[in-house]
Ligand binder design. Sequence first.
Ligand code: ADP
Ligand code: MG
Length: 235
Amino acid sequence: MITEQSGPDVVVRLDGVRKEYGETTALDGVSLEIRAGEAVAVMGPSGCGKSTLLNMVAGLDRPTNGRVLVHGEDVGRLSERDLALYRRRRIGMVFQFFNLIDDLSALDNVALAAQLTGTPARQARRRARELFEELEITDRAHAYPAVLSGGERQRVAVARALMNRPALLLADEPTGALDSRSGEQVMDLLLDLNQIGQTLILVTHDERLARRCASRLIRFADGRVSGEQAVEALA
Ligand code: ADP
Ligand code: MG
């Protein structure tokens, strides 16, 4: 694998990424770098391309032009098969509305993520139980999503995203459907994960929560980066 000029600690690099959906330009020439261990918050008004950006990095969609490099690998040029492996093994993703499977218990939702990469069921459930302990949701392991609170559902979704020890955790408005207290708890969980080294890209509308968790803010407008700002570490 050829690693491009980026330094060894660059996890994500976008080079002039453009994404068009028919007449709509969702991303209009985005270049940025994210280094290992960073927590970056992407902010901006609705429709400015934040989810499109995460989807490009996650390999859920391909750029119309430009390149998305993750650990020096051009994600947009992977075959469908390699892209599926990349998504399962390298990326953890958390969504606004949790996207849990209603017919599976919380624990089985999480274990499934590892089973899909070929991990035997027993081993997957063991790892899932460890994560439930770390995330302090052990008492909810056998509950079904319907009876969990929003905050509990999102913690289960975070556990699922961490199952395969992803190089990158992507969170798209993870607190958007939560009350403010649960939102803070989820953000604190992401902060804890970042503090033990997890690289994180977070999309949020909430500047206060972004500052609580992120070391850098990237502002978007109309499909472009409109500004960047370092966040001072909390004392
Ligand atoms: P944000 O997450 O910042 O609200 P999005 O990335 O979802 O913005 O969308 C950016 C623009 O691209 C919007 O105009 C949206 O309507 C359009 N868009 C996003 N995804 C698609 C799609 N799959 N098909 C068509 N248009 C899309
Ligand atoms: Mg969005």
